[in-house]
Ligand binder design. Structure first.
Ligand code: AMP
Ligand code: ZN
Ligand code: ZN
Length: 298
């Protein structure tokens, strides 16, 4: 069990590419990989201001740590979703991690701005969908109003593979067309990037643990039984049996993505009557979900 590079005791075993590395060389390997992903997809230039969606989990901690090390200008935004103890702990971890990194951290608390937690929206939408729309809206509006050039999230290879797999199974071709490591911004949409797009979850937890971070573990109590979690399990088994399955699947998807682009409905952009942000109808999804009569203050 020797490190492939220096011959010292290896602490990490990577399945794909198959290799053993010591702590020091694993950290260097991980950071080089993220830097390469950022360059490959032309995610961000040095003078841009980055807002990191900072959850208190391992992924966004890794993104912030690497960006800081590379010298980018970064700020974190944590959204307290008002899911009881789970959200309080997440906020605590986010605060602790940001101190360790030296990251400016802003917090938006749903209970303060809406008077409710994400599980208490009235309507027929599943909670995970309410939560996803709410997070995307707040991140984008915050970034847009405060003048950030780009929003970075901690979505990793396991998340993205499950997302594409799910949308292929259901032939949600329009979602497939709009998905990727880099989503360009336009009018009031700030551009979005996913620096961990090609990196697996176990590598990320290994990295942040090696650096001494603690983070929220366990899934959200409101997401139990979520379909995406079932797909993640199946894909994990496929990866076990065929190392490289996930990365090759996602790279193939990016090559063929243009085939789905004809599906994008190019309706003329409207603005929400309530908040003025981009919207498909009179009211945007966020203002509809929360039955708003006037815009929330972030
Ligand atoms: P998840 O959907 O929970 O796997 O999270 C994916 C990414 O969304 C994370 O890596 C973060 O970048 C972002 N995110 C999730 N939850 C929050 C939150 N409460 N506040 C800010 N960003 C979040
Ligand atoms: Zn080594
Ligand atoms: Zn709105």
């Amino acid at each position: 069990m020797k490190c492939k590079i220096c011959g010292k005791e290896a602490t990490v075993y990577l399945n794909y590419p198959r290799m053993r590395l010591c702590k020091e060389h694993f950290i260097a390997y991980f950071e080089r990989k993220i830097e390469r992903t950022i360059k490959k997809y032309k995610m961000v230039s040095p003078e841009e201001n980055i807002l990191i969606a900072f959850s208190g989990g391992k992924d966004s901690a890794a993104v912030a740590h690497v960006f800081k090390k590379l010298g980018y200008s970064i700020t974190g935004l944590h959204i307290n979703l008002g899911i009881g103890e789970y959200s309080n702990k997440s906020e605590e971890y986010a605060k602790k991690q940001s101190k360790q990194i030296g990251l400016r951290l802003k917090v938006v608390d749903l209970r303060k701005i809406l008077g409710k937690g994400v599980g208490e929206a009235k309507g027929s939408r599943p909670t995970c969908s309410v939560c996803g729309t709410t997070k995307r809206y707040i991140l984008n509006r915050f970034a847009y109003e405060k003048g950030f050039d780009v929003v970075a999230t901690g979505h990793n290879l396991d998340d993205e593979t499950a997302f594409v797999f799910n949308n292929l199974l259901h032939w949600n071709t329009e979602y497939l067309a709009k998905q990727g490591p880099y989503l360009p911004g336009e009018n009031k949409f700030v551009k979005k990037i996913k620096p961990l797009y090609e990196t697996m979850e176990y590598e990320i937890s290994e990295y942040v643990k090696n650096l001494g971070y603690t983070y929220i573990t366990g899934k959200c109590p409101l997401s139990s039984g979520a379909t995406i979690l079932k797909y993640k399990k199946i894909l994990d088994e496929m990866e076990q049996k065929g190392p490289g399955t996930k990365i090759n699947f996602i790279k193939g998807f990016l090559k063929k993505k243009h085939l789905f682009e004809v599906e994008i409905q190019r309706s003329s952009p409207k603005e929400c009557n309530i908040c003025g942000m981009p919207s498909l109808g009179e009211k945007c999804a966020f203002c509809k979900i929360w039955h708003l009569e006037k815009p929330v203050k972030l």
